[in-house]
Design a protein around this ligand. Structure first.
Ligand code: NAD
Length: 280
C-alpha cells in the first residue's frame, strides 16, 4: 500500500496507485537532500520525485534506506536525462539511477524532456517500454511532452504513458494539453505547482480571499486546487514546517464556486522552459 489511509491517490493505467501528493527535490543539494527526504518521510510523505539531473538520487536512496519504511510503501519517481536518451543509452540511464538510489526498481520512470532537436525521444520511448516489461520500473511516462510529441510515441509504441509531468500552476493551467491526454488515460503531474516562487501567488486576484475564508495559506489553497483538479503534485520545500503545511490539505475542500474562480485565474503565464526549447 503506497498511499497512507488519510491521503488521496490516483490510479495509474498500469493498475497501481500513486499518492497524489509527494515531495519534489529539484535544486536540493545532495548533502541536504538526505535530511529533507527523511523529514518528509517522517511527517507522512510516501511519494518522492527526483531526477538524474538533480544529482541527488544517492541522497534520496540513503534517506529511504535509513527511514526503515518498507520499499513497497514508497512511490519513487526518477527521470532520464536528455544526454542519456536513445536506443542504446536509455537502459544504462536507468541502471545508473537505480544504483545511486540503491533500489531494485523505481515506481515511475520518465523521459525528462522531449528534446526535439535531438529527436530521439521516439526510440527512447521504445527503450522505456522494454525496461517496463522487465519490471525495473513499475510504470513509464514522459515529462514536458506537448500533444505533438505524445502523438509520435503513441503511434510508434504499444504502451500508453502513465504520466505526463508538465509545468502547471494557477496562472498556467495546461487546459488544452490535459484535454488531449487525460481521455487517453495519461494522468497529469504538475511541476512548479506553486509557480516555483517565480511570481507572487498573493497577487492573483481572489486567491487571498479564498485562503482567508478557509483559514489556510495561499500555498495550501493552490495545492488543494491541484488535488481537486485530479492533478498529482510534489511541491518542493526543504523546511519541515512547510512540509507539514503542504501535507495538511486533505481534510477540507474548496467549493465548486471557488474551483470555477480558480479556473479563471489561468493567464498562460509560463515560468519555465518551453518544451521545444529544452534541448540541453
Ligand atoms: P514549486 O512550485 O514546488 O515551488 C518551490 C518553491 O516554493 C520553493 O522556493 C519553496 O520554498 C516554496 N514553497 C514550498 N512550499 C511553500 C509554502 N508552504 N509556503 C511558501 N513557500 C513554499 O517548484 P519546483 O520545485 O520547481 O516544482 C516541484 C517539483 O517538480 C520539483 O522539486 C521537481 O521534483 C519537479 N520538477 C520537474 C521539472 C520537470 O522538468 N519535469 C521541472 C521542475 C520541477
Amino acid at each position: 500500500m503506497k498511499t497512507p489511509a488519510n491521503q488521496p491517490s490516483r490510479m495509474l493505467n498500469t493498475g497501481d496507485s500513486i499518492p497524489q501528493l509527494g515531495i519534489g527535490v529539484f535544486k536540493v543539494d545532495d548533502d541536504e537532500c538526505e535530511r529533507v527526504v527523511l523529514e518528509a518521510l517522517e511527517v507522512g510523505y510516501r511519494h518522492i520525485d527526483t531526477a538524474m539531473i538533480y544529482r541527488n538520487e544517492a541522497a534520496v536512496g540513503r534517506a529511504i534506506a535509513h527511514s526503515g519504511i518498507p520499499r513497497e510503501e514508497l512511490f519513487v519517481t526518477t527521470k532520464l536525462w536528455n544526454a542519456d536518451q536513445g536506443a542504446d543509452a536509455t537502459a544504462g540511464g536507468l541502471a545508473t539511477s537505480l544504483e545511486l538510489l540503491g533500489l531494485e526498481y523505481v515506481d515511475l520512470y520518465l523521459i525528462h524532456w522531449p528534446a526535439p532537436l535531438r529527436d530521439v525521444y521516439v526510440e527512447t520511448w521504445l527503450a522505456l517500454e522494454e525496461l517496463y516489461a522487465t519490471g525495473v520500473t513499475k510504470a513509464i511516462g514522459v515529462s514536458n511532452f506537448e500533444p505533438a510529441h505524445l502523438e509520435r510515441i503513441l503511434e510508434a509504441g504499444s504502451v500508453v504513458p502513465a504520466i505526463n509531468q508538465v509545468e502547471l500552476h494557477p496562472a498556467f493551467q495546461q487546459r488544452t494539453l490535459r484535454a488531449f491526454q487525460e481521455p487517453l488515460g495519461i494522468l497529469t503531474e504538475a511541476w512548479g505547482p506553486l509557480g516555483q516562487g517565480k511570481y507572487d501567488l498573493a497577487e492573483i486576484a481572489g486567491l487571498g480571499e479564498i485562503a482567508q475564508a478557509h483559514g489556510k495559506s495561499i500555498q495550501q489553497v493552490v495545492l488543494r486546487w491541484h488535488l481537486q483538479e485530479g492533478v498529482i503534485v510534489f511541491p518542493k520545500t526543504v523546511r519541515k514546517q512547510r512540509m507539514i503545511e503542504n501535507l495538511s490539505v486533505f481534510d477540507w475542500e474548496l467549493s465548486d464556486e471557488e474551483m470555477v474562480l480558480m479556473k479563471s485565474m489561468d493567464a498562460d503565464r509560463r515560468v519555465g522552459t518551453h518544451p521545444e526549447d529544452g534541448n540541453w
